[in-house]
Each structure stands twice: as structure tokens, then as C-alpha cells.
Ligand binder design. Structure first.
Ligand SMILES: [Cu+2]
Length: 491
């Protein structure tokens, strides 16, 4: 796909022959809520889904997968997931490998459970204390024991963690240095030398490996060094849980805490016109400034009796409910989201509509390979992650989701939904004889002010965990609205 502000791309035709409902979400792409393919956009068996959108995102590796509420894990695990490669002029100007399948190789990492020759998706109760844990088979691009010839030159791998829960800690079996050039939503400002890249479900990384110094016939592996994963990350020796000891049924899975191969690589002859050096620069990365933020929104990742939840706290709308819009964001606003983990297990936080920049992890700048565009961030146990994003272009309509990308958590309801508003909705709260007439919503500030008597107080509609607009807004008619202790004062 090529981003082009002026072009509308041909409609995508997705035909459903599953025998049940599904949706297809374009993970990471900045599209309208109508075309986003979230839980609201289900279509039935033998029906066709026809989204149409313009590609506005930067060159990177995106993906698609079902997002049907309660059945995402099942449908992804049974095989519904694929990559979308977006190209653009900025990426094309860098000397990068880009011959698909030769020196530009997609790698979708998943784990599965099998009963006989069938994938078993019914993998235990969706319960954090007794979670799914029989995904003992690693598959690369749907293949067990995958292998690939790699030419004696720089090779680009597009890594996706498409697993339902497991974290992969990718490195070369000889511990050689490789270079991460891209994060979820674009190229980094410069290649970052690494020996490991840790990817949680939903995360992508583009890496370069220079095989030019290897002799033909050399065999090595990309591996997941799961033994090195920190406590609390699923796949580590100790995945953490809400009692701090790990679930009781965790250890029988041979992948847990163990280093395992993810693909065998055999060095072969170089191609014509090979790329032989790692480029020194990447894309123009321009993070949003915290000084320009209009609003700060706080979310807690909270252990719960029915599974972990996401929300203002464990008591207010802790689980996804189609009938509750959890957040309203003003179109055009720049927001800081603070994700506070109250959990002893990690959770990968994903948000639709936008790409964000991580500002900090526990108050510290993120590592260099996390300073590009992101749409998933793995939040470690008890960590506070802050990110910044601009919510532009698309407003109103079908809600967008934010959720944990551990699929059994998402299916269980560790998810919220938000609408990007073109207008700010307000309630008018009259004084005097009309006191108490609080359910009198207006669509805009203008309406609310024009219809309010002197001294009226205008309250934002809120479910209690956020403010709908910045603390001070100046509008025409010389009115100034200030947010004071949760109430709007007109001056
Ligand atoms: Cu989670």
C-alpha cells in the first residue's frame, strides 16, 4: 500500500466463509471508525465486508486480524492474521533491502496448541489465575520448524508477534548484533544496534542483519531467548500473577522460561545489487511535544475477580460494554495517556485510530528502539507508561477501541471504547427555580452558552474518570470557560 492524501484506494473485499460472524481490523492504520473493523463492524457468514480507506500512515509493517468480541482469540489462533506492508517515498530514498521473500522477509510469530492435527483454541478458562497455557508449539508464518535461505548481504526481517499471549525475546543464536530500523508505525530516526528485541502481542519490529561476512552454507537461528524475559512477562520463567507466584499450571509448557528456535537461517549466495551496509539514518521522526497537550487521561490496568480490567479503577465500568462509551476525545486534540499498571503481570496496551510516541516509562525516557511511532506498548508489572498522540482527521461515528492485546484478556473485556468528537457535548445546570434540570444536553458550547441564564454552570458529560476538554477554552462572544474543580465557569 502507498500512502497518498488524494487517492481513495479500491474497496477491500473480505468474504466470510468461517461459518460464524467475524470482523477484520486494520491494526495500526489511521482510518475512520467505520472502516476500522473493530467489534462494532461484524459481518456474518457468507457476507462480504467492503471497507474503503486512504492510506495515511508512514511506511511500516501493519497487520490485520479479527476483532469480534469474545472470539478474537479463537479466530486469530485458528489462522486469521496477516501483514500489510506500507511503502512511501521517504522509505524508498533509503538504501534498504526490499525484495520480498529474498532480502525482505516477513516473520509472523505465533504459538498454538494442537489436539492431534487440529489447532486447539479452547485452551482453558480465560482466568488470570488459571490461564491458557498449552500453546506448546511455535509456528513461524504458520509453519513448524521454519527455515529460510538468506543471501550474503544485509537482510531485512519484518517481525510481528501475532501470538495470543506470549512475549518473544528475539535474537540471533550466535548473539550477533542486528539493527532495529522500524517500530510499529514507521521507521526509526536511525538504526538501533541490539542483540535482543522483545515483542509483546501486536508489536512489530523491522530489523536488519548483515550476513555479508558469513560464508555460504553457514547455519544459524533466530531464537526467542525466553529464559531472559523479566518476571511478569508471559513466557518467562516466572510470568507473575496477582498472588505473585505465577499460575499453578504454568510449568508443563516446554516453551516457558526456555530459549527456543523461531527460524533456521542458511546463508546462501548474494543477489545482484545487494545491500551490503547498514544505513546510517532512518526516517524523520518528530514526536509531539508534551507542552502542546490539551488533556491528560489516566487508565489503570487492574487485577479483577473476573480477569484483569482496564479503566479508571476496578469499580467503574471495569469491563467492556457495548452500551458504554468510556471516553470522548475532542477532534484535533493532543492527549497524554498515562497507563498505570496495578498488576503483577505485564499487559500490552493497544489503541486504535492513532499512532503514539512513548514519553516515559516510570519517568524515564524509553529506549531508543521505542522512540518511533507505536500503537502497542507492553506495560510491565506496576509500571507507569506515558504516551502522547494527536487525534485528528476522523470524528464521530463508530467508536474506536483501546485494549490489552493479550487476546484472552481482550475477549474477557479488558477493553474500552472512545469516540472522537467533532463537537463538545455539555450539560447545562440551571440556578434558582430551574435548579435540578441537569439533563439538558446541548451539542456545542455556543448552544449551551446562548441558552443559559447569567450565572449558569455548565458541566461536561463525564463518566467520572476524565475531563472532556482542556482546562481553559476561549470561544467567540468574548466568553471564557474555565474548568474549576470539575465544573465549568463562564466568565
Ligand atoms: Cu492483559
Amino acid at each position: 500500500m502507498q500512502p497518498d492524501q488524494s487517492a481513495v484506494y479500491p474497496t477491500i473485499n473480505v468474504f466470510n466463509s468461517l461459518g460464524e460472524e467475524t470482523t477484520v481490523h486494520w491494526h495500526g492504520l489511521h482510518v475512520s471508525g467505520e472502516d476500522d473493523g473493530g467489534p462494532w463492524s461484524s459481518f456474518g457468514s457468507n457476507e462480504t465486508y467492503n471497507p474503503t480507506f486512504t492510506v495515511k500512515d508512514k511506511a511500516s509493517t501493519y497487520w490485520y486480524h479479527p476483532h469480534l468480541h469474545h472470539l478474537t482469540q479463537k479466530q486469530v489462533t485458528l489462522g486469521l492474521a496477516g501483514l500489510i506492508i506500507v511503502k512511501d517515498g521517504e522509505e524508498a530514498a533509503i538504501n534498504l533491502p526490499r525484495t520480498y521473500g529474498v532480502d525482505d522477509i516477513p516473520l509472523i510469530m505465533q504459538t498454538k496448541a494442537f489436539t492431534g492435527n487440529s489447532i486447539n483454541y479452547v485452551i482453558g478458562p480465560m482466568d488470570p489465575v488459571n490461564p491458557i497455557n498449552n500453546d506448546a508449539v511455535f509456528m513461524m508464518n504458520g509453519v513448524i520448524n521454519a527455515q529460510q535461505n538468506v543471501p550474503r548481504q544485509v537482510v531485512r526481517f519484518r517481525l510481528l508477534n501475532g501470538a495470543h499471549q506470549r512475549v518473544f525475546n528475539v535474537g540471533l543464536s550466535n548473539n550477533a548484533t542486528f539493527y532495529q530500523i522500524g517500530s510499529d508505525g514507521g521507521l526509526l530516526a536511525a538504526p538501533v544496534p541490539l542483540t535482543r528485541v522483545r515483542l509483546a502481542p501486536g508489536e512489530r519490529a523491522e530489523i536488519l542483519v548483515n550476513f555479508s561476512t558469513y560464508s555460504e552454507g553457514t547455519e544459524l537461528f533466530l531464537k526467542s531467548f525466553a529464559s531472559e524475559l523479566p518476571v511478569g512477562f508471559w513466557g518467562a520463567t516466572n510470568p507473575g500473577n496477582h498472588s505473585g507466584n505465577g499460575p499453578s499450571n504454568y510449568n508443563p509448557n516446554p516453551l516457558n522460561g526456555t530459549n527456543f528456535d523461531i527460524i533456521k537461517l542458511t546463508v546462501s549466495a548474494s543477489t545482484v545489487n545487494p545491500v551490503l551496509t547498514i544505513p546510517s539514518t532512518g526516517a524523520n521522526v518528530s514526536p509531539l511535544s508534551e507542552l502542546n497537550a490539551n488533556n491528560v487521561r489516566i487508565k489503570f490496568l487492574t487485577p479483577g475477580t473476573n480477569g484483569p480490567s482496564i479503566g479508571p479503577n476496578s469499580d467503574i465500568n471495569p469491563y467492556f460494554n457495548f452500551n458504554i462509551i468510556n471516553d470522548y476525545v475532542q477532534l484535533g486534540d493532543i492527549e497524554i495517556w498515562e497507563i498505570h499498571s496495578k498488576s503483577n503481570a505485564y499487559h500490552p496496551f493497544h489503541i486504535h485510530d492513532i499512532q503514539f510516541y512513548i514519553l516515559s516509562r516510570n519517568g524515564v525516557l524509553p529506549p531508543l528502539n521505542e522512540r518511533g511511532r507505536k500503537d502497542v506498548v507492553a506495560v510491565a508489572p506496576n509500571e507507569i507508561v506515558r504516551f502522547i498522540a494527536k487525534f485528528d482527521d476522523f470524528g464521530e461515528g463508530v467508536p474506536y477501541m483501546y485494549h490489552c492485546h493479550i487476546l484472552p484478556h481482550e475477549d474477557k473485556g479488558m477493553m474500552g471504547q472512545f469516540i472522537v468528537k467533532k463537537n463538545v457535548y455539555v450539560n447545562k445546570n440551571f440556578n434558582g427555580t430551574e435548579n435540578g434540570s441537569i439533563n439538558n444536553p446541548y451539542n456545542t458550547f455556543y448552544e449551551a452558552i446562548n441558552n443559559s441564564p447569567g450565572g449558569a454552570t455548565i458541566n461536561f458529560i463525564s463518566n467520572g474518570d476524565h475531563n472532556e476538554v482542556p482546562p481553559t477554552i476561549v470561544i467567540d462572544k468574548q466568553a471564557v470557560i474555565k474548568l474549576v474543580n470539575g465544573q465549568v465557569i463562564i466568565k
